[in-house]
Design a protein around this ligand. Structure first.
Ligand SMILES: [Zn+2]
Length: 382
């Protein structure tokens, strides 16, 4: 299924993306990256010219290739990773383009000029991340998951998620939500109950109410969270990131204020046993995120999307803040995997190269915390 995006008329008709309608709304962030085409340079040349702040990028690349050679030789020795935030896309999409992760700047523009539909600066980088070839996306990502020893929570409508489950039964934890897409209504409550009770679905998400301008505590969706609490299914809610600099143009209902982590307080008060995954860790509202974490010990966060979208120094500072504040046991790794199969390896490398994390903290973020949250395993694997 496709999503239509209301893009600036300078680009002609809206692009058609092969993103499942119920895929997470953070896929819009990915679209912004997909449109930022770039030209590459050899890594060495870039290292010579790049600012200090960009250095970790090439270091990360070295680690990616190290992981690859390790995986090819001793796959069973690669420590396990859980990615708690993957979308059940079945194709990279016809407009998918190479992408530079960790874009360093947003554009400063004037509405009196021809503004681009996305507000990121277009800057060169190397290596870029490349989209999967047509029809190869699921196969390529599953191959990466096997190489990197990743198990993933894959979100989407039931039929889309089933494709992933069929492709990798032992590596896919199925997730589905109650939204049918922008302004397309809700999934009937009984359908969702059936999906969780009989369909093998383990997580409710990605819930993207922020893109509808709704608070997660809005009474109109309370029945779904009541169901999650009743069935003891964790709920994964998009909080924080989004807009991509052009919210006013391409997603007029999006409200940054509806991503405030403290908007979850009423929901948690109504449903005290609800297990909650705050997707994107409420970025960039760190103070309110910490306030919520301090008050609710079974609230976890994932760092998906933000880990490869925003300026790298800022990403590391945000994760460091979560850990330094005492929440190293509740930060979970995630990618928001879309379009580019190597995005998963790239994102893992950000954690692996974080010099502010101990080896134990890296393992907790990459595996142990999610295993505990999802109740996959009660003992640490290493
Ligand atoms: Zn999201």
């Amino acid at each position: 299924m496709e999503q239509r995006h209301h893009l600036h008329s300078d680009l002609g008709p809206p692009p058609r993306l092969s993103i499942p309608r119920r895929a997470g709304f953070s896929s819009r962030v990915a679209l912004s990256h997909a449109i930022r085409t770039t030209t590459g340079q050899p890594c060495d040349a870039t290292l010579n010219s790049m600012r200090v702040a960009r250095l970790p990028f090439c270091i990360a690349v070295v680690v990616i290739f190290s992981v690859r050679s390790l995986a090819q030789n001793t796959n069973s020795d690669v420590p396990p990773v859980i990615d708690v935030h993957v979308h059940a896309m079945d194709d990279a999409g016809p407009l998918a383009a190479p992408m530079c992760p960790n874009t360093p700047k947003f554009t400063a523009s004037d509405p009196d000029t021809k503004e681009a539909p996305f507000g990121w600066v277009q800057e060169e980088c190397t290596p870029k991340l490349y989209p999967a070839a047509k029809g190869e996306y699921i196969k390529d990502v599953i191959a990466e998951m096997q190489r990197l020893n990743v198990t993933a929570v894959v979100f989407g409508d039931p039929a889309s998620v089933q494709k992933w489950k069929d492709a990798a039964p032992d590596r896919v934890i199925p997730g589905t939500g109650f939204e049918k897409g922008m302004a397309a209504g809700r999934v009937p409550l009984d359908d969702l109950r059936t999906a969780f009770k009989n369909g093998g679905f383990k997580v409710m998400g990605e819930i993207g109410l922020q893109y509808e301008g709704l608070s997660p505590s809005d009474p109109s969706v309370d029945q779904y969270f009541a169901l999650a609490e009743e069935l003891d299914i964790p709920a994964a809610i998009h909080m924080g990131t989004g807009g991509s600099g052009r919210a006013n143009v391409i997603m007029p209902k999006f409200r940054g204020s509806k991503g405030d982590p403290l908007l979850l307080e009423d929901l948690l008060a109504r449903h005290p046993k609800l297990r909650l995954q705050v997707m994107h860790a409420g970025y960039p509202m760190i103070d309110n995120m910490l306030t919520l974490l301090q008050a609710n010990s079974h609230v976890y966060v994932d760092v998906a999307g933000l880990i490869w979208s925003y300026p790298l120094k800022e990403v590391n500072r945000y994760i460091e803040r979560l850990v330094e504040a005492g929440f190293e046991d509740r930060v979970m790794f995630g990618t928001d995997q879309l379009v580019w199969p190597k995005l998963m390896a790239y994102s893992i490398s950000i954690i692996q190269n974080a010099d502010y994390l101990t080896p134990e903290q890296k393992r907790d973020i990459l595996y142990n915390n999610a295993a505990r949250f999802l109740r996959l395993d009660t003992k640490k694997p290493n």
